[in-house]
Design a protein around this ligand. Structure first.
Ligand code: BGC
Ligand code: IFM
Length: 811
């Protein structure tokens, strides 16, 4: 069953009912100001950091979960409704929500009055615009009232939820003309405030939540709206809100637009303390002025759409698979931008108050983002590397506002360091910018203790080399990519959380997955050294890679697949010998994509075992058989009920690893089959089972052991976005950036037909036509560039050349 449809021309997903199985959301914002925006106009806003600078309130564990929005109430002769259906939930005569790239538009109507709200964050200002257009489609004059409504958060979202004894006395607002200023904290800080404005003088306002709602009422039937007039309340303490009230009349056929702006202002350092007790409203007024008319708003929205059109033109495909085209050309890249911006911080499943930016997460997100805005990728790499310690280990997470490592979580995830090599090499291949390696980057954010980024990479590599276990495989530490594989015997006391009370480093437990990573990214590191002409270092790295390769074959192969790990007692994990958890997905995907076992014929065996033991119609499960009880030697993984999350859920993130691995051994049919199984556009028709948004990936789909096999959770913020984009763009469609140019090496289903890719690479445009006349799955027999056949399959990048016409003949 579908709850909407794709409008590919407009690059929008159109939701046709507010009653989607779960809130289907969008993200507004490109740089610093962000909002979550659901199909019922729910969701909150923040500046830079969802925990520390939260602008509007969201109620956790609320029912319904979809809350905290920017709501508009319409009262026409006692009939009260919202354009986004919530919170009043009055039946609407029509409803449509269009989620586009960085904007959403909800249009609905009741009794021939149409309301359309377009919400977006403009490119260059720290604000969210809500443009409301009301149209009278009846033959009679309509008189009705309109109330806007947002509830302010007192900045730090955790404090806001907990420190009531203080918070209930600190709220302060100010109203001037049609602008409501939220000033809480200005006394001690004087450096920031929020505002909510309208471009027309209202007939009244409210700023006290209690006055607006009335006693014992919720936002589904506010007293002020019911009484059809505002109370002009000025909040003092308690809960500040911003509501404008308009009494409106529309002639038949008449339309009226009102522009609302929710903005954030941070006064410049030198402006602080200049005039105690008075906020400097000038910067807010300047922003409000920039969006003061419908025309100005239309122009700003147009700029946003053009921005996205430009970004997406960096990679686009035309094939005979429309669903693939729409995912590659629009939604997958869009999700890559959102995960780059958010890491795992703020979604309808990630609270925005817990994990900030993840070290491994952000490094991986970058793989799918770097071709969009390489400069931002560069900046991010330097931020991430600054949270690394001198020994090469790293803070697992850091706070986006302060960019400081998170002490509560600390370090000890032994895969983290190697992801830095992954993202740096992807950045250099994309841009050719080797200068990044010479940047001085602090350790642990201490500017007095810095080294070049290249030195950071070396320490990443050395961290693994110096942390090997009894089988010469990498020590796992607290966990590797699989956060829940806690092999260093961890017993959780009642009330403790797995998140913050991790097990410490152990001298024995080893990870075959990190070994696969080391082979892959050790080789990447060596190739960087090669490009730099540091052949000794290249040799040292390749030697270590060879030793790791051998260690995997020696001690990491279980007969039909790769082992997962050795636990703290050196017992096998992910082996035939185990009673549960005999085979895991991660080492099969990563070892093969790193090239391990290919020439020995083991790779194919491992991938066949994946198909035989882990595959389902909804994707490949993380492990089988699922753990049915808690194992102290395994940790959190066995704390989940079978079929969920890391305990045999279909973790979408590592499905593309297996798909890439299939391309490494040339099985394009299987690689694409795996691609399609978890790809949201291919799941649109079963939205009642899948339940999350059909335009973005979710972290997990419940596995075969779960009660609701096929049901997805944790949509949006997942490394799946980046890895599927890497898979489809570089391995299936086969256009891969490299140091000296673009490599073309497709691996497609035999019946895939011809296709074209447009790729912008280092400012040059490549128009690539792939002809598969022999219906093969892999293999390039000839490449013609601008009429001339080249040797091999690397199209060399030539400085100054702006277009490349390329024809590739598979065979
Ligand atoms: C996993 C969760 C786990 C958390 C805590 C996450 O990466 O997906 O299942 O609870 O890590 O370590
Ligand atoms: O690798 C992790 C990631 O960092 C956060 N989400 C879950 C993954 C698997 O545990």
């Amino acid at each position: 069953m579908k709850f909407g449809f794709f409008d590919d021309n407009e690059k929008e997903y159109v939701i046709t009912t507010p009653k989607t199985p779960l809130p289907w959301i969008n993200y507004l914002g490109s740089n610093d100001f962000f909002s979550l925006y659901s199909n019922t106009s729910g969701g909150y806003s923040f500046y830079k950091d969802a925990k520390l600078l939260r602008l509007t309130r969201y109620r956790y564990n609320n029912i319904p979960t979809d809350n905290g929005g920017k709501y508009f109430y319409i009262n026409e002769n006692g009939t009260i409704w919202n354009p986004g259906w919530q919170p009043v939930k009055a039946e609407l005569d029509s409803y449509e929500c269009r989620h586009g790239l960085g904007y959403s538009k909800i249009t609905s109507s009741k009794n021939q009055l149409e309301a359309s709200v377009t919400a977006f964050v403009p490119l260059n200002d720290n604000c969210e615009i809500n443009q409301l257009i009301l149209t009278n489609h009846s033959n009679e004059k309509k008189t009705f009232s309109l109330f806007s409504y947002i509830e302010f958060c007192l900045w730090n979202a955790v404090d806001d939820m907990t420190n009531f004894q203080r918070n209930l006395s600190i709220g302060e607002v100010e109203v001037e003309d049609s602008v409501i200023y939220h000033k809480t904290e200005y006394r001690e800080r004087r450096n920031h405030y929020a505002y909510f404005s309208a471009n027309e003088k209202p007939d009244g306002f409210d700023t006290s939540r209690d006055a607006f709602l009335g006693s014992y009422r919720g936002i589904d039937h506010p007293q002020v709206v019911e009484q059809n007039t505002s109370s002009n309340s000025i909040a003092s303490g308690w809960s500040p809100i911003a509501s404008h009230y308009f009494n409106l009349t529309l002639e038949p056929g008449e339309s009226k637009g009102i522009v609302f702006v929710l903005g954030y202002i941070e006064n410049k350092e030198e402006e602080k303390w200049e005039s105690p007790g008075i906020i400097n409203k000038a910067p807010a007024k300047t922003v409000i002025e920039r969006y003061f008319t419908d025309e100005k708003v239309t122009t700003a929205l147009h700029e946003l759409k053009e921005y996205w059109k430009h970004l997406l033109s960096n990679y686009s495909v035309e094939s005979k698979e429309p669903k693939l085209n729409r995912m590659v050309n629009i939604w997958n890249q869009y999700q890559c931008m959102v995960t780059f911006n958010m890491s795992r911080s703020a979604s309808y499943f990630e609270s925005g108050t817990g994990r900030g930016m993840g070290f491994r997460d952000s490094c991986q997100d970058l793989l799918g983002f770097v071709h969009l805005i390489p400069d931002r990728a560069r900046e991010r790499i330097l931020d991430i590397a600054s949270t690394q310690f001198e020994d090469g280990s790293a803070y697992h997470q850091y706070q986006p506002l302060t960019k400081k490592g998170n002490l509560d979580i600390g370090s000890g995830f032994n895969d983290d360091p190697l992801w830095l090599i992954a993202c740096v090499s992807a950045y250099i291949k994309e841009t050719g910018d080797f200068s990044i390696l010479a940047e001085l980057v602090p350790f642990d954010n201490d500017k007095t203790n810095s080294a070049t980024l290249f030195e950071h990479l070396k320490r990443s590599l050395n961290y693994t080399i110096t942390h090997l276990g009894p089988h010469k495989l990498p020590l796992i530490g607290r966990a590797d990519w699989n956060d829940c594989l806690n092999l260093n015997c961890f017993s959780k006391e009642p009330g403790e959380s797995f998140q913050t009370t991790g097990p410490s480093e152990g001298p024995i437990a080893e990870s075959v997955f990190i070994a696969g990573m080391f082979v892959k990214y050790g080789k990447e590191y060596a190739s960087i050294c090669h490009e730099l002409g540091d052949y000794d270092e290249e040799k040292r790295a390749l030697l270590a890679v060879d030793e790791m390769y051998d260690a995997v074959l020696q001690s990491g192969w279980d007969g039909d697949w790769f082992l997962r790990a050795y636990d703290a007692a050196s017992e096998k994990v992910g082996s035939k010998e185990c009673s549960e958890g005999q085979i895991f997905i991660e080492p099969q995907g990563f070892c093969v994509l790193a090239g391990i076992g290919v020439k020995e014929g083991l790779a194919q065996k491992a991938l066949d075992s994946v198909k035989e033991r882990l595959d389902t119609k909804y994707g490949i499960m993380l492990l089988q058989p699922a753990y049915t009880k808690y194992y102290l030697n395994l940790g959190e993984i066995s704390s989940y009920p079978p079929g969920y999350k890391e305990n045999a859920g279909i973790f979408c993130h590592n499905n593309p690893w297996v798909s890439i691995a299939e391309t490494v051994i040339g099985r394009g049919d299987r690689a694409f089959e795996i691609y399609k199984k978890t790809c949201p556009a291919y799941l649109e028709d079963i939205s009642e089972i899948h339940r999350t948004e059909p335009y973005v990936y979710s972290q997990m789909i419940a596995g075969a052991d779960a009660a609701f096999h096929g049901e997805a959770k944790n949509s949006w913020l997942t490394g799946t976005a980046a890895w599927t984009f890497v898979n489809v763009s570089q391995f299936i469609l086969g256009i891969k950036p490299d140091y000296k140019g673009l490599i073309v090496d497709p691996c497609v289903p035999s019946n895939f037909g011809n296709y074209t890719v447009k790729r912008v690479f280092r400012d040059a445009e490549y128009f690539i036509t792939v002809k598969n006349l022999d219906s093969v799955q892999k293999g390039v027999k000839k490449i013609i560039v601008d009429g001339v056949e080249i040797e091999g399959n690397l199209i060399p990048f030539e400085e100054g050349k702006t277009t490349y016409q390329v024809t590739v003949f598979m065979g």
